[in-house]
Design a protein around this ligand. Structure first.
Ligand SMILES: NC(=O)c1ccc[n+]([C@@H]2O[C@H](COP(=O)([O-])OP(=O)(O)OC[C@H]3O[C@@H](n4cnc5c(N)ncnc54)[C@H](OP(=O)(O)O)[C@@H]3O)[C@@H](O)[C@H]2O)c1
Length: 260
């Protein structure tokens, strides 16, 4: 293989990527794609068995990955993971900050636990990952590397969906945070971007307890061909593969049949 085709085939060769929420759905598909494009990938989540299986699949396909068991609701756990990435691969230059949970419900049901867990994972968990990895990203940028921090928001952060108030608010937080961080970190050559997907066929909907939302999702499944995690992974891979001076800041990716 000559150099040109190598670059085309493995555009992320030399990159060190961290993917949170990698044990299923969008994170797992993205980890596979980033590895396929040549990045060394650290896959982070709580379910060890799922991560081990993913690493095996990546290795079998000729990629390089390491599984790190992490609970992003615990700063110490995330900090340890950040240190493990450095000792295994070196400083990360790509963080896909993706772990999240969606628990829609009527506000009047007052499910404080579900509000708390969405805020703790989607907002504070996302911040814990940023807290742990920012030094690596800024160091990598200072060394001249191409550097990405890609946050997973949602179309729910923009539009109004009945009973999705708390989830949507957590994702509006992610989107607005991303815009602000771009101002600070873009100047240091760290690309900060976000993806805002519509409905994707993953385990996310499986945690929903509120009947109104279950009915809405069941109906949506009948009428809309959901995105697959691999569709969103393509977007992540595309963002990371852009030339260093180009930042595709915000990508809304929706099923064709999902208008809003
Ligand atoms: N699916 C959709 O329609 C859709 C649309 C827009 C945005 N999103 C966003 O996409 C992201 C990925 O979701 P998904 O759809 O791929 O759903 P998913 O398959 O349920 O993935 C969620 C991931 O988050 C991880 N996670 C949950 N709690 C965690 C914790 N405390 N510590 C570490 N990791 C934790 C899960 O792994 P463990 O359980 O193993 O820890 C899992 O890997 C989320 O931020 C979600 O809000 C999804």
């Amino acid at each position: 293989m000559n150099n040109a085709s190598q670059v085309q085939d493995k555009p992320l060769a030399g990159r060190i990527a961290v993917v949170t929420g990698a044990s299923s759905g969008i994170g797992a598909a993205s980890a596979k794609l980033l590895a396929q494009k040549g990045a060394k990938v650290a896959v982070l989540a709580r379910r060890k068995d799922k991560l081990a299986q993913l690493v095996e699949e990546i290795s079998a396909a000729g990629g390089t990955a390491i599984a790190i068991e992490v609970d992003v609701t615990d700063q110490e756990s995330v900090d340890k993971a950040a240190a493990k990435v450095v000792t295994t691969f070196g400083r990360a230059d790509l963080v896909f900050n993706n772990a999240g949970v969606m628990l829609p419900g009527a506000i009047e049901e007052r499910k404080l636990e579900e509000w708390d867990s969405q805020i703790d994972l989607n907002v504070t968990g996302l911040m814990r990952v940023i807290h742990a990895f920012i030094p690596q990203l800024t160091q990598a940028a200072a060394e001249g590397a191409t550097v990405d921090l890609i946050n997973t928001s949602s179309i729910a952060g923009q539009y109004i969906y009945p009973y999705f108030a708390v989830y949507s608010a957590t994702k509006a937080y992610v989107s607005h945070l991303t815009r602000h961080m771009r101002v600070e970190l873009g100047a240091k050559n760290v690309r900060v971007s976000m993806i805002e997907p519509g409905i994707v066929a993953t385990e996310l909907q499986g945690h929903v307890t509120f009947q109104g939302a279950k009915d809405w999702l069941a109906n949506a499944k009948e009428t809309i061909e959901f995105l697959q995690p691999e569709d969103v992974a393509q977007v992540v891979g595309f963002l990371a593969g852009l030339p260093k001076h180009v930042n595709l800041q915000q990508v809304v990716v929706m099923p064709t049949k999902q208008g809003i």
